[in-house]
Design a protein around this ligand. Sequence first.
Ligand SMILES: Cc1cc2nc3c(=O)[nH]c(=O)nc-3n(C[C@H](O)[C@H](O)[C@H](O)COP(=O)(O)OP(=O)(O)OC[C@H]3O[C@@H](n4cnc5c(N)ncnc54)[C@H](O)[C@@H]3O)c2cc1C
Length: 408
Amino acid sequence: MATKLLLTFAICRLIVTVGLTLEPTELLRLGLTVDPVDVESASVDFGLMTKVEPLAVLRPSSAKDVAQLVKAAYESSHGFTVSARGHGHSINGQAQTGTGVVVQMSGVGSGGKPRVWGGDMYVDVWGGELWIDVLKSCLEYGLAPKSWTDYLYLSVGGTLSNAGISGQAFHHGPQISNVHELDVVTGKGELMTCSKEQNPELFHAVLGGLGQFGIITRARISLEPAPQRVRWIRVLYSNFSAFTKDQEYLISLHGNQKFDYVEGFVIVDEGLINNWRSSFFSPRNPVKISSLGSNNNGGVLYCLEITKNYHESTAETIDQEIEALLKKLNFIPTSVFTTDLPYVDFLDRVHKAELKLRSKGMWEVPHPWLNLFVPKSKVADFDRGVFKGILGNKTSGPILIYPMNKNK
Ligand SMILES: Cc1cc2nc3c(=O)[nH]c(=O)nc-3n(C[C@H](O)[C@H](O)[C@H](O)COP(=O)(O)OP(=O)(O)OC[C@H]3O[C@@H](n4cnc5c(N)ncnc54)[C@H](O)[C@@H]3O)c2cc1C
């Protein structure tokens, strides 16, 4: 299997060559555009840290368009690079290329609408579809995907090329663990269907493959009955060990007696607990960090974020279930913040913050973000060295902690 994966990788990389110019007839034949607006938009990403202009952009309306382009690149005597771009929310130019064509998978006219198969509990979606639109289509059938990212204006192909992690991953695994089947355009320009049973090497290479093993044109994603409402709770800790112990305890629970989402964040801002995602909690938490013991803790507090999904028909028992779960935790007793909202509003929560930041001109700014997996044995060192040692009281911006089970 290892040899085959390496071979596939070599095929993708073979496409890279320099000194390419695309003739107008070639542009037309492949359906490419060099419209400055398209080229400009494909040359930047959410990170705003690198800018690289492609030679041209393809806005495919089908998998056939993508296959035709990649085949042309593979067979071309000059060779040129092909880079898939979803919604361009990478941080450091991952979807850019200066020596070839960006395939703009998301956007008007590309692919088709999501197709929900209610009986089989899955949905077929175009690789460039945004998760918010996948959710809306599935909700029409009372269904929803199981595993999410915090933000839904990301493409299916973009998150499946990474992992797709949020507070549901401890239970369902990341998004890449909830895919039945993919259609992929390989480095040779062949359109192939793959799954755990059919072309499994390609399937496992593409999922989490950083766009290097092929272009996802269709994904078949597992569904569950959609909950109607969400009880969303935040509790605070000044002690890191108590915080991680409770996170670990919560992600070890099975069956119905558990939360549906477990996440957390670090609070290093001075003053009020009012980070970029707090706007759902009303009234705004009128709490001074110093009043909760952060002064004795390098100015740092930890927030555990948990939710319980429910249907209106079970609303009567939800309070007792949550109370029983909270009783087992060791947070600061006066620091419980609760809100209740429709499932879709919870999943789409970051968009509300986005609109607010956009209105202040604070969305389209550089984002030097970093994601790390830290093993359980090193989290205490990480807290001492990074959260308290480096960040302490002197930074702003989100610092999220997703507890994950290794076996997922
Ligand atoms: C505000 C915000 C919140 C986020 N929250 C989370 C989170 O909670 N959890 C999480 O896991 N991630 C999160 N991310 C990171 C995000 O999942 C990745 O950056 C993701 O790649 C973005 O998707 P995109 O469609 O914008 O991809 P792009 O930036 O367009 O592409 C990303 C990579 O995927 C490749 N690619 C894109 N489409 C395809 C395709 N169809 N086939 C093959 N390869 C393809 C590209 O070549 C590139 O390498 C967040 C990002 C932002 C900006």
